[in-house]
Design a protein around this ligand. Structure first.
Ligand code: HEM
Ligand code: HEM
Length: 183
């Protein structure tokens, strides 16, 4: 019974929807940070020009996915595998906060600028004439970047912690997000 497909989470492992959101977002984050790094380190290179043209759109996709992920986490309150430690719980909470804050700050700034924004052709922000909305654009210009790099540092710490648990013998930590727990 243990390995029958299950959509919702349980004390033993994360269900298929949590796992899909986790790994799908991990892939989009690789893309997102590649575009940010190319912009910072290789401005105007062909890599930067190609990747940067996708930054706002894939950032918007991450925003949609994190909203779905938060709603799904709330729907699974009390059903998830127990945290391995208080630090792990705190780390996951910080990841959630930053996954929301980083794209949200960028989208607020984008709206306040008055420039149109149509990710995937969806007319999300039609733009407007006249003055910018200053409190929105005043969100310190490098606030988004700073929080973005902080999120990357936390993700790296998260990945190191996951492998550390795995190599230290607590194999179930990795298995429950892959979907193959043993007990
Ligand atoms: C989770 C999603 C996102 C992540 C992780 C992320 C990450 C980053 C990072 C690390 C930088 C700094 C690059 C550098 O140092 O040169 C950056 C810059 C930037 N990002 Fe994002 N980003 C996300 C979503 C968005 C969205 C949704 C938008 C716009 C709608 C956006 C617009 C920008 C812009 C315009 C910059 C240029 C620097 C600035 O004005 O702050 N990003 N992003
Ligand atoms: C190679 C990449 C990654 C590996 C190996 C990995 C590994 C893991 C493992 C083993 C767990 C289960 C931990 C537990 O139950 O205590 C987990 C959960 C989690 N991971 Fe990752 N992870 C990766 C990428 C990411 C990324 C990019 C993010 C987001 C920024 C992320 C955010 C989370 C969160 C928030 C949880 C808690 C479960 C949830 O609410 O989805 N992970 N990860």
């Amino acid at each position: 019974m243990q390995n029958t497909p299950q959509t919702r989470d349980s004390a033993l492992r994360y269900g298929s929807i949590t796992r899909t959101l986790h790994w799908l977002m991990a892939v989009v984050f690789v893309w997102q940070f590649t575009s940010a790094a190319a912009h910072l380190l290789a401005e105007d290179s062909p890599l930067d020009e190609f990747m940067w043209s996708t930054h706002k759109t894939s950032g918007f996709l991450l925003m949609v996915l994190i909203v779905l992920r938060v709603l799904w986490a709330l729907a699974n309150t009390g059903r998830r595998p127990p945290s391995v430690s208080a630090l792990a719980r705190l780390g996951h909470a910080c990841l959630y906060l930053l996954m929301i804050a980083v794209p949200l700050v960028a989208l607020i700034r984008q709206f306040g600028s008055g420039r149109a924004f149509s990710p995937f052709g969806i007319p999300l922000m039609p733009g407007f004439e006249g003055d910018k909305i200053e409190w929105m654009t005043d969100l310190r210009s490098n606030f988004h970047s700073l929080l973005g790099w902080l999120l990357l540092a936390l993700i790296i710490g998260h990945i190191v912690a996951a492998f550390w648990h795995h190599l230290a013998g607590d194999k179930n930590v990795m298995r429950r997000i892959i979907g193959t727990p043993r007990h």
